[in-house]
Design a binder for this molecule. Structure first.
Ligand code: ZN
Length: 280
C-alpha cells in the first residue's frame, strides 16, 4: 500500500495581510477556527505563527500562549487530534524570544530553518549558527521534532553539518519551501537537486509559494513525497484572481493526494511516520 500522505496547513505565516486576502486568519479566534476547519478537512499538522493586536507578526510568548491555548481548546471541543507545529522564525526578534514559547507550550513540532538568506530582496531571513545550535539542543531537551525548512540550496548542506555535530538527530523531517525570491525556484530541477541530498531515512514534504503552489504539489506527489504543505502563509489564490480559504487549500491537497493514489494520514498516523512524541 502507498504510504499515507501528511498534510500540513500553514494558516497565516508572518506576512500575509488582510489587505492581500480577507480570508487570512489573524486574531486568536480566527486562527483557532481555521485550525479546526483544516483539521476536519484532512490536515494532520497545523503550522502556527502569531500576530499582535495590529495584525503584525510577533514572537511574544504571551501571544503564543493565548493563540495556542485557543487552538488546543477549539480542537479538543471538536474531538480533533491534531499536531501543532510552531514557528521559530522571526528575524526582527531576539534569539531568546524566538525560543521562549517552546518550553512553555511544548508543541510536538517546531520549524528549524538551517541557514540565512535575503528574503524576497527585502530583508535578511536570519538564522545564525549560534541560534541553530541552541534550537537543536532545545528540541532534543523538550522532545520536539524540528521541521527542517529548506528554502535554499546551501541549507541542505548545513543540515549535514548539524547532524554530524549532534544538534540535529536523524531521522529528519524536511519541508521544502520553494520559490521564495532569494531561495530556490519551485521547479523539478530544484527537487531533483535536493532529493538525493536528503540524509538517509529522512521524510520530506513540499510547498511552493504563490504560482508554484499547485505545480510543486503535483511534483511532490509524482516524486513520492511524505507530505504536502498548503495554506495562506504560502499562497492566497485558488486560481488566478480567485482567493482561497485555508480549508479549501487543504481540501484540494486531499483531492490531489487521493488522485495520486494516496490515503491521507491522520494525526496519529503522522506521529508514527514522523516519530513524534505526543506531549499532552
Ligand atoms: Zn511558517
Amino acid at each position: 500500500m502507498a504510504k499515507k500522505l501528511i498534510i500540513t496547513a500553514a494558516l497565516c505565516g508572518a506576512g500575509t495581510t488582510k489587505a492581500q486576502t480577507q480570508h487570512v486568519p489573524i486574531t486568536p479566534e480566527e486562527i483557532a477556527a481555521d485550525a479546526v476547519a483544516c483539521a476536519k478537512a484532512g490536515a494532520a499538522v497545523i503550522h502556527i505563527h502569531v500576530r499582535d493586536e495590529n495584525g503584525k507578526n510577533t514572537m511574544e510568548t504571551e501571544k503564543f500562549v493565548e493563540v495556542v491555548g485557543k487552538v488546543r481548546k477549539a480542537l479538543a471541543d471538536e474531538n480533533l487530534d491534531t499536531i501543532l507545529n510552531l514557528t521559530t522564525s522571526g528575524s526582527a526578534f531576539s534569539e531568546e524570544l524566538r525560543l521562549a514559547h517552546l518550553p512553555v507550550l511544548k508543541p510536538e513540532m517546531c520549524s528549524y530553518d538551517p541557514g540565512s538568506m535575503n528574503w524576497a530582496n527585502s530583508y535578511v531571513f536570519l538564522n545564525t549558527p549560534a541560534f541553530l545550535e541552541k534550537l537543536g539542543t532545545k528540541c532534543q531537551e523538550l522532545e520536539i521534532k524540528p521541521e527542517i525548512e529548506i528554502f535554499d540550496a546551501g541549507m541542505i548542506g548545513n543540515v549535514e553539518y548539524y547532524l554530524k555535530k549532534g544538534f540535529l538527530k536523524a531521522p529528519l523531517h524536511c519541508q521544502f519551501v520553494l520559490d521564495v525570491p532569494g531561495g530556490m525556484p519551485g521547479n523539478l530541477e530544484t527537487l531533483a537537486y535536493l532529493l538525493p541530498k536528503l540524509p538517509a531515512g529522512s521524510t520530506w514534504s513540499v510547498t511552493g509559494i504563490g504560482k508554484a503552489h499547485v505545480p510543486m504539489m503535483l511534483a511532490g506527489l509524482a516524486a513520492g513525497c511524505d507530505g504536502l504543505r498548503v495554506g495562506l502563509e504560502d499562497n492566497v489564490f485558488w486560481e488566478k484572481g480567485v482567493y482561497a480559504t485555508n480549508e479549501q487549500l487543504v481540501e484540494r491537497a486531499v483531492a490531489y493526494g487521493k488522485m495520486a493514489g494516496r490515503e491521507i494520514a491522520t494525526a496519529q498516523e503522522a506521529r508514527q511516520i514522523l516519530g513524534l512524541k505526543k506531549h499532552q
